[in-house]
Design a protein around this ligand. Structure first.
Ligand code: PGA
Length: 316
């Protein structure tokens, strides 16, 4: 490994991430033969194959996986060093890698927007995905900070509560239940139900409540996106349970309403977490503090009153 250069490690890491020489070449703006030859030289230095090629797809070998994890740590440390140097020079610049669950996309970009006004020289990568895929990213240490509703208990984490994330029953404004109060949860069994995909944290919370209350809903449709579910409800395909935050953009004027159903809202909360033992970069630390200070501020929630974690959205 002594002969391995940083460039080779970068080429290898990019190839491993894409599972493709061609895509790595595109990302790095070099030719595909250069990528192959750099990986070949690195393989010779390691003395073991790093990839197996099956058809057109590349798969990492055990040695390749180990090297990929090592590369992530090396590049992360180098990025941190660069950010510290910039900080010594009085500038906050560098990278911030965030991954958030789908419900959090209704507030995180707003906070990022105002954070970037203070720190314009920061490069941000924001991954929005469901609970299960986010946990997989955490196991692979792919990002600096994560925002999710149920931090896993089998992982050493530092976590802090950010905001409430209540889940409500959502229906079209002209739904017959829209004007009723205190609707028994069992009543939902008569309605076609639209469910998030498996792996979704929202779905997990809904299923837990339905199981506890012995409610068995009639799932008409499964969709992998909160926005698609909102469109399906608006299209008359059924009702669903979503984060109240998904209704925020339209506010009280939208086509959808939250129903007043017993046992709802399901009270959940978002947490910002990072892996215990991870050394946060200067930028991640600054964003973490900014998030904790500003998540509840009114200016982030234009058109709502989310201070205190409560929102102005009316339940009819
Ligand atoms: P989901 O996440 O996108 O996995 O449903 C939402 C959540 O856990 O709050």
């Amino acid at each position: 490994m002594i002969q391995a250069t940083l460039h080779q490690l970068k080429v290898f890491e990019t190839t491993a991430r894409h599972g493709s020489f061609t895509k790595a070449a595109e990302e790095l703006s070099i030719t595909q033969p250069t990528v192959s030859s750099q990986v070949k030289q690195l393989t010779q230095s390691v003395g073991l194959p790093l990839f197996e090629q099956i058809g057109k797809q590349l798969y990492l070998t055990d040695a390749g996986r180990e090297l990929q994890a090592t590369c992530r740590e090396v590049f992360e440390q180098l990025d941190n060093f660069e950010m510290k140097v910039a900080d010594f020079k009085g500038a906050k610049q560098g990278k911030l890698r965030l991954a958030v669950v789908t419900t959090a996309k209704y507030f995180v970009p707003r906070i990022l927007g105002s954070f970037c006004q203070h720190y314009p020289d920061i490069d941000i990568s924001l991954q929005v995905t469901n609970h299960q895929k986010l946990i997989a990213r955490m196991w692979e240490n792919q990002d600096d900070l994560y925002i999710l509703s149920q931090p896993p208990e089998d992982m050493a984490l530092c976590s802090q509560a950010v905001l409430d994330n209540p889940l409500v029953v959502v229906a079209r404004r002209d739904h017959p239940l829209a004007n009723q109060k205190n609707i028994p949860i069992q009543r939902l069994q008569n309605e076609p139900f639209i469910m998030r995909e498996s792996g979704s944290g929202t779905r997990q919370a809904i299923e837990q409540l339905f199981e506890k209350r012995r409610v068995s809903v009639n799932v008409r449709l499964e969709l992998g996106s909160n926005e698609a579910i909102k469109q399906a409800i608006a299209g008359g395909l059924g009702i669903s349970v979503l984060s109240e935050h998904t209704l925020m953009p339209e506010g009280t004027l939208g086509e959808l309403v939250a129903l007043d159903v017993q046992d709802f809202p399901i009270q959940r909360r978002w947490y910002v977490v990072y892996l215990a033992g991870k050394q946060l970069s200067v930028i991640s630390e600054a964003f973490l503090q900014y998030l904790l200070e500003h998540a509840r501020s009114r200016s982030i929630w234009e058109g709502s009153t989310a201070a205190n974690g409560k929102m102005a959205l009316s339940r009819r």
